[in-house]
Design a protein around this ligand. Structure first.
Ligand code: SF4
Length: 485
């Protein structure tokens, strides 16, 4: 996202909370130092993922933000291509306006809707500072300011199932639309990647939208200089976030891994914001005050130690897994956007076995080969996440009986969740190779291979080498777990 234009700077900041079309937006008090004057749907659903990222979009130093990497660029391009593929056949027009001139776009949108067009792409719904550009507006019966018809909002999504943040986005657009057409649409809709339409019940989501808008407005009222300024919250999401250099510049309680946001806030409020202060914590003694349980104090102390030393800290013996019997390390490569599994690999007799699906049509045969081989083995199918879900998805295409697949699913053991419970790492780890690097005294590679990118360019050897590396890492992690069990 870019900084705002001259035209945008000239617009008034904030505005009274008003009621029209039966729905209200809260009053906004953006500070003078804000880099942005518009609040969009991106900020609203971004708020649910990381509120600090939204705050940085308004008050952070743009020079500190990294650009989108190849994987994110590919994801965004695929999203646009999907939208074109699903929406182009409708033949609906878009409003035309100069780049960034949203008031002009909103006027063009209003004129097209008033003329009764059957639908509109990329409409501009704008009531300063709120700005929404939904993928679709569709004409439906029922009177409004435009006549004996009104419009409902639709958005195109690449997921296979609707998500709450997507519904919230539609509710936000619908609120802007309600104020424009003087009629609240009673529903919105999502078009999912398979072309199916999901209806969104706005009554159910409007209460949530009200809460999110209130919290968002409160967040944006905090300027950069205030003591109330927003703070980072270190999670796995930070790995792919452009603001990571800014958030990781100061190593304090907000960057200690494995704490919830509320625990971080309680610790910071009580003066335990530096790593030094956290390292002096006496968990049992402090827990007696009743503010936080002993486990939280302990976790904070150990996390601070891991962050300071850059090395994992042993927490407890692994629990809940029987490692005496043979295990079969397995890796399933997955492209979530395309819902594709191009390669499955497993370790057998110290050698790596592959079953591959160069095309989607090859996937049933690939799964047949893999399941047949796994069915001949014994013990846990150890993996680094997602294998049980992929087996579940493959069941409709598999020629194996359901009870065979059920038995394989029951054998799946997510080794990474055991590893993460056994040690606290200096950073959240996802891949087996990342956890192993830390445990061997190294840093994980900063650039991680992307399955969707390798798949898109047809780099079969790249996919094999990714799987080989993760299998070897799983095998090594198994040995490390056995050593400490
Ligand atoms: S790096 Fe993490 S904490 Fe910082 S803005 Fe990004 S997701 Fe939020």
């Amino acid at each position: 996202m870019e900084g705002h234009s001259e035209a945008e700077r000239a617009l008034p900041r904030g505005g009274a909370a008003t009621r029209r079309g039966g729905l209200e937006f809260p009053r906004v008090d953006l500070r003078e130092s804000s880099r942005r004057a518009w609040i969009t749907a991106t900020h609203i659903y971004g708020f649910l993922s990381c509120e600090h990222a939204v705050w940085l979009e308004f008050y952070g130093n743009a020079d500190e933000k990294l650009g989108a990497g190849p994987a994110l660029t590919q994801l965004l391009r695929r999203g646009r291509e999907l939208e074109d593929r699903l929406v182009a056949p409708l033949g609906w027009d878009e409003p035309t306006y100069a780049k960034g001139a949203f008031a002009e776009g909103a006027a063009a949108t209003r004129a097209m809707l008033a003329s009764g067009v059957p639908g509109l792409r990329q409409a501009v719904l704008y009531e300063h500072p709120w700005l929404g550009i939904p993928d679709l507006l569709r004409r439906v019966p029922g009177s409004s300011a435009f006549g004996d018809f009104h419009y409902v909002v639709g958005d195109v999504k690449s997921s296979r199932k609707p998500r709450a943040d997507q519904a919230l986005q539609v509710a936000f657009y619908s609120r802007l639309l309600a104020r424009l057409q003087d009629r609240r649409p009673d529903h919105g809709f999502l078009i999912l990647r398979d072309g199916n339409e999901e209806r969104i019940d706005l009554d159910a989501i409007d209460i949530v939208l009200d809460e999110v808008l209130e919290e968002l407005v409160e967040l944006l009222s905090r300027g950069p200089e205030s003591e109330r300024r927003s703070t980072p919250h270190h999670t796995t999401m930070c790995r792919d976030c452009g603001w990571r250099p800014s958030c990781s510049a100061k190593l304090d309680v907000h960057w200690v891994p494995g704490l919830t946001r509320s625990v971080r806030e309680v610790l910071a409020e009580r003066g335990f914001d530096s790593l030094e202060a956290l390292s002096l914590v006496e968990p049992r003694k402090y827990a007696k005050a009743g503010v936080l349980p002993e486990a939280s104090w302990q976790r904070a102390k150990q996390g601070a130690h891991a962050l300071r030393s850059g090395a994992p800290v042993f927490v407890r013996k692994p629990r809940g897994v029987e490692f005496q019997q043979a295990c079969l390390p397995v890796v399933v490569l997955h492209d979530g956007f395309e819902a594709r599994v191009p390669l499955v690999a497993w370790l057998f007799d110290d050698s790596v076995r592959f079953a591959e699906a160069p095309t989607r049509e090859d996937e049933p045969a690939m799964w047949h080969e893999a399941m047949a081989a796994w069915g001949k083995s014994h013990g846990a199918l150890v993996h680094s996440g997602g294998v049980a879900a992929r087996l579940y998805e493959a069941r409709s295409e598999s020629s194996h009986p359901a009870e065979v697949i059920d038995a394989l699913e029951r054998r799946c053991t997510d080794l990474m969740s055991i590893v993460r419970g056994t040690w606290i790492f200096p950073e959240p780890v996802v891949l087996a190779s990342e956890a192993l690097a830390f445990l061997e005294g190294a840093r994980p590679a900063s650039e991680v291979d992307s399955v969707p990118l390798l798949l898109e360019v047809g780099d079969r050897e790249g996919l094999r080498s990714f799987a080989r590396r993760e299998l070897k890492a799983l095998e090594s992690l198994l040995r490390k777990i056995e050593e400490v069990a």
